[in-house]
Design a protein around this ligand. Structure first.
Ligand code: C2E
Ligand code: MG
Ligand code: MG
Ligand code: MG
Length: 277
C-alpha cells in the first residue's frame, strides 16, 4: 500500500473510541487475532425500491465483536486497518462472506438484485484485486451481476488510467459499481460520465438538511443529473417520512435508511418484510 495514502488517513484517524489502547500496536494485534478468531461479521441493510415496493438489494456492513465483549463499528477500525494494510485481509473476508451470503439467498429464493460491498481504495490498488475477486466469485458461486462494489471518491486521488482500466474490467465481468457518499466531498460530476458507474449514493449528511434551504437544491440536482446520465440514484441515511416524501417528489425512489430498516443480521434477511410504503 502507498505510504502517501497511509499518512493521509493517519491524520483523520480518531482514537476517541479506542480508549485503552496505549498505542496502535495493541489495536493491530487485536484486529489480527480478531480475524483468526472470527470476531468480524457482516450485517445487511436493505435498499428499498419505492416504485416496485421491493427490496432491490442489501449492503453488507462490517462489525467487530471484539473479544466477545463489545461491538465496534467500522469507522473505529477501518481507517486504521487501511493505514496498516490490515484492510487487505479484512476486505477479503468481507468479499467472500458477502458473496457466500448472496449465493445462499439466491438458493433460498430471497428476492434481491444486488448485494453491495464497500471496498477501500487500498484494496483496489492491489495488483491482484481482480484475480482475487475472480477466485471468490468462482468459489462462492455468486453470479457477478449480483455483486455491487461501493467505493468513495477517495479512489480518484490515485492513478486514473489504472483505475479506469480496472473499473472497465469489473464492468465487463458484469459487476456493478456504486459511488458512495456522493455530496460529502468534492463530488465531481465529470467522473460519473467517465467511469462506468451504475449507482450514485447521495451522502446521508445531506438528508437531514434538505429542509434547511440550500441543500434541497443540491439534492434535487444530484438526482436529476444522475438520472440524466443513466445512473441509478440512491438516498442514504433516510430517517423520516418527510425526507421520504421529499425524495419521492424529486423522483428518487431508491432509499436506504433507518426509516425502512437498520442493518439486520443475515438470518433475518429471508423473512424481512417491508413496512407499507
Ligand atoms: P457507508 O458505506 O456510507 O454506509 C452507510 C452507513 O450509514 C452505515 O454505517 C449504516 O449503518 C449507516 N446508516 C444507514 N442508514 C442510516 C440512517 O438512516 N441513519 C444513520 N444515522 N445512519 C445510517 P456503518 O455500518 O457504521 O458503516 C460506516 C462506514 O464504514 C460505511 O459507510 C463504510 O464507509 C465503512 N464500512 C462499513 N463496512 C465496511 C466494509 O466491509 N469494508 C470497508 N472498506 N468499509 C466498510
Ligand atoms: Mg456504502
Ligand atoms: Mg455512504
Ligand atoms: Mg461512508
Amino acid at each position: 500500500i502507498s505510504k502517501e495514502y497511509g499518512k493521509r488517513n493517519a491524520v483523520l484517524f480518531d482514537l476517541k473510541h479506542m480508549d485503552g489502547y496505549v498505542n496502535k500496536v495493541g489495536l493491530e494485534s487485536d484486529i489480527r487475532s480478531g480475524l483468526d478468531n472470527h470476531e468480524f461479521y457482516l450485517v445487511y441493510q436493505p435498499k428499498v425500491n419505492l416504485k416496485r415496493e421491493t427490496v432491490d438489494g442489501y449492503e453488507a456492513l462490517i462489525r467487530w465483536n471484539k473479544k466477545g465483549k463489545e461491538i465496534i463499528p467500522p469507522n473505529d477500525f477501518i481507517p486504521f486497518a487501511e493505514e496498516t494494510g490490515l484492510i487487505i485481509s479484512i476486505g477479503k473476508y468481507v468479499l467472500e462472506e458477502a458473496c457466500k451470503q448472496g449465493a445462499l439467498w439466491i438458493k433460498q429464493g430471497v428476492p434481491f438484485q444486488t448485494i453491495s460491498v464497500n471496498i477501500s481504495p487500498v484494496e483496489l490498488e492491489q495488483y491482484d484485486f481482480l484475480s482475487n475477486l475472480h477466485a471468490i466469485l468462482e468459489k462462492t458461486g455468486l453470479p457477478p451481476k449480483y455483486l455491487e462494489i461501493e467505493m468513495t471518491e477517495n479512489i480518484l486521488m490515485k492513478n486514473m488510467d489504472r483505475l479506469v482500466r480496472l473499473l472497465n474490467e469489473l464492468e465487463i465481468l458484469g459487476i456493478k459499481l456504486a459511488m458512495d457518499d456522493f455530496g460529502s466531498g468534492f463530488s465531481n460530476f465529470r467522473y460519473l460520465s467517465e467511469l462506468p458507474i451504475h449507482t450514485l449514493k447521495i451522502d446521508s449528511s445531506l438528508m437531514d438538511r434538505v429542509f434547511l434551504g440550500r441543500d434541497e437544491v443540491i439534492v434535487s440536482s444530484i438526482i436529476r443529473i444522475g438520472h440524466s446520465l443513466g445512473i441509478e440514484v440512491v438516498a442514504e441515511g433516510v430517517e423520516t417520512i418527510e425526507v421520504v416524501e421529499f425524495l419521492k417528489n424529486h423522483n428518487c425512489h431508491t432509499i436506504q435508511g433507518y426509516y425502512y430498516s437498520k442493518p439486520i443480521e443475515a438470518h433475518e434477511v429471508p423473512s424481512f418484510v417491508l413496512k407499507s410504503i
